[in-house]
Design a protein around this ligand. Structure first.
Ligand code: APR
Length: 247
């Protein structure tokens, strides 16, 4: 058995309170492309052009056409993979208390986790920019772009665009979860986007072990994280759970 898998299994086994910070990498095995790196969405389109609130306000048709319509189709088809299901199992084992996710795909909740902070909002709901009415994305009529509410106002996804603030209560709850955990799992994030990438620093400063799961090194590796278990999230989480069960 990989030494670091065993070490992670022991660290989680000894912890009373585990938290996780997840990013796009955890959903790659569910068929959702990441933002950065090989096959990443931002390799094809410029996030400042297509995912910035100013662009959305100026040209919503362009943002819906190029980014949001595709996102909806991909997310609609996606199902939780072994990593999401493994985290749900860790919650049932009373280890994992909170997931802070940068993802908007809803897969952690679909897998069965109950305390999920959607740091960058979610794509499951649309909100009318005029009257505030909310509508499930699946029920929004996309035959006309941008989709409109009954009142004539434009719908926008409940995601956080670049240039927008993280909802203050999400930020506060994430900081609390990071400060009180004994172990933080950092799975599938490039840790390049603030303030999410600061969450593991808070965990570390409050005495938690920080364990990264990622096929690649990140700016957190060796500086903030205690160690990196290299590999795909689905494989590594499955191996860690197997090691916990066999010990
Ligand atoms: N398992 C685990 N990690 C993986 C896998 C996999 N199968 N495949 C790729 N990764 C890793 C990559 O090595 C990379 O470190 O996932 C990470 C994906 O990084 P990003 O695409 O930058 O995703 P994320 O960190 O979630 O991005 C943060 O940026 O544009 C925004 O709002 C968007 O929430 C997003 C934020």
């Amino acid at each position: 058995m990989d030494k670091l898998v065993k070490r992670a299994a022991d660290d989680i086994g000894n912890a009373g309170n585990v938290a996780a910070l997840t990013g796009a990498g955890i959903s790659v095995e569910s068929g959702i492309p990441p933002f950065r790196g090989k096959g990443g969405i931002w390799e094809k389109i410029d996030p400042m052009e297509f995912a910035h609130i100013d662009t959305f306000m100026r040209d919503p048709v362009k943002v819906w056409d190029v980014l949001l319509k595709d996102m909806k189709e991909i997310i609609d088809k996606a199902k939780p993979n072994a990593a999401h299901l493994g985290l749900a199992k860790l919650e049932k084992m009373n280890k994992l208390k909170t997931i802070i996710t940068q993802n908007v795909d809803g897969l952690h909740q679909m897998a069965g986790n109950t305390d999920v902070i959607e740091f960058h909002g979610n794509f499951a709901w649309q909100k009318c920019m005029k009257c505030g009415n909310r509508c499930e994305t699946g029920k929004v009529d996309l035959s006309r772009i941008p989709p409109k509410c009954k009142c004539g106002g434009m719908f926008r996804p409940e995601c956080v665009f670049f240039g927008e603030m993280i909802p203050p209560d999400y930020l506060a709850r994430s900081q609390q979860a990071a400060a009180r955990c004994d172990v933080m799992l950092v799975i599938g994030t490039s840790a390049l986007v603030q303030p999410a990438s600061y969450i593991p620093v808070i965990a570390k400063e409050n005495g938690a072990k920080v364990i990264e799961i990622n096929p690649e090194r990140t700016p957190l590796t060796s500086r903030v994280s205690d160690y990196l278990v290299k590999g795909k999230a689905g494989d590594v989480v499955t191996d860690i759970l197997a090691a916990m069960e066999s010990s």
